[in-house]
Write a protein of this length. Structure first.
Length: 276
């Protein structure tokens, strides 16, 4: 019996290595992870329980004070699809610090960018949000539009509309945060915009942008695109200020941002780059 069990474990381990090393196997493992998380989070939401990792939403003021900031401070958002996490960063002393990480109740589709209207894919890339993108009376409680397609998406003919971060736990291309969580995010967002932040950046990644995560997906269709996203991710990791992002000749172009400076929308090539 022990020998049979040993052989089975060896076989499973070998299969795991195979799955990790092949593009199709890696995609299969990613889908298993995504679907497992979706099932768990939707089940918890149905019975009214908070999702794992949800901050104490009843203590926002105390959490802000502990961080040494107040409502109205400039903000920045990052989303990681595979981990189903949304990070909210706040500006402090010329740099941005992580304020909260919220579990995403549901996003739809697979890893990879949104390509066309109706594909039910949640977008990946670099976006900016201003007051015009806010909807306090959304059918999903509250929402803000990411601004898909941006100039980069448009360069590739990608189509879609109303791609949002919103409440509830349903999605056809959006990031659903539950009503209670989106209420806190909404309070941070509206306070920042009301206090003078013209727009804030939202960076959406397929997964945590580590070298290993890219390496095990090297054969994926979107590996090159993800490597480009990593450049913007790493620039923020270095400076702790959201970079200035442009779309130029079918690729994203990044320049260091300046704390306190307005966040520009994602636009086509700056003249000094377009001429090269």
């Amino acid at each position: 019996m022990k020998s049979v069990l040993t052989l089975l474990l060896v076989a499973l381990a070998g299969a795991g290595v195979y799955l990790l090393l092949t593009p199709g196997g890696r995609q299969f493992l990613d889908r298993v992870t995504i679907n497992w998380t979706r099932a768990e989070y939707r089940a918890l939401h149905r019975v009214g329980k908070p999702l794992p990792g949800t901050p104490d939403l009843t203590r926002l003021d105390q959490r802000l004070a502990a961080k040494g900031v107040a409502l109205g401070v400039p903000i920045f958002i990052r989303i990681f699809k595979l981990e189903s996490e949304l990070e909210l960063w706040v500006q402090k002393s010329g740099r941005y610090e992580l304020f909260a990480t919220y579990p995403i109740c549901l996003w739809s589709g697979r890893l990879g960018p949104k390509l066309q209207e109706g594909d039910k894919q949640a977008p990946e890339g670099f976006y900016t949000v201003d007051k015009d993108a806010l909807n306090p009376d959304s059918r999903w409680h509250r929402s803000f539009n990411l601004g898909f397609p941006n100039a980069f998406d448009q360069a590739y003919g990608r189509t879609g509309s109303f791609l949002m971060v919103h409440g509830g736990c349903t999605s056809i291309g959006c990031y659903a945060m539950t009503d209670r969580v989106v209420d806190e995010i909404w309070r941070m967002v509206t306070s920042a915009l009301d206090a003078g932040q013209e727009r804030f950046a939202v960076h959406v990644f397929p997964f945590r942008m580590t070298e290993r995560n890219l390496a095990v997906r090297r054969g994926d269709r979107w590996a090159g695109f993800w490597a480009e996203l990593k450049k913007g991710h790493d620039l923020f990791e270095t400076t702790r200020v959201p970079p200035v992002v442009s779309a130029c000749k079918g690729r994203y172009v990044f320049a260091p941002g300046t704390a306190g400076a307005p966040v520009p929308p994602i636009e086509a090539c700056p003249p000094e780059i377009a001429g090269n």
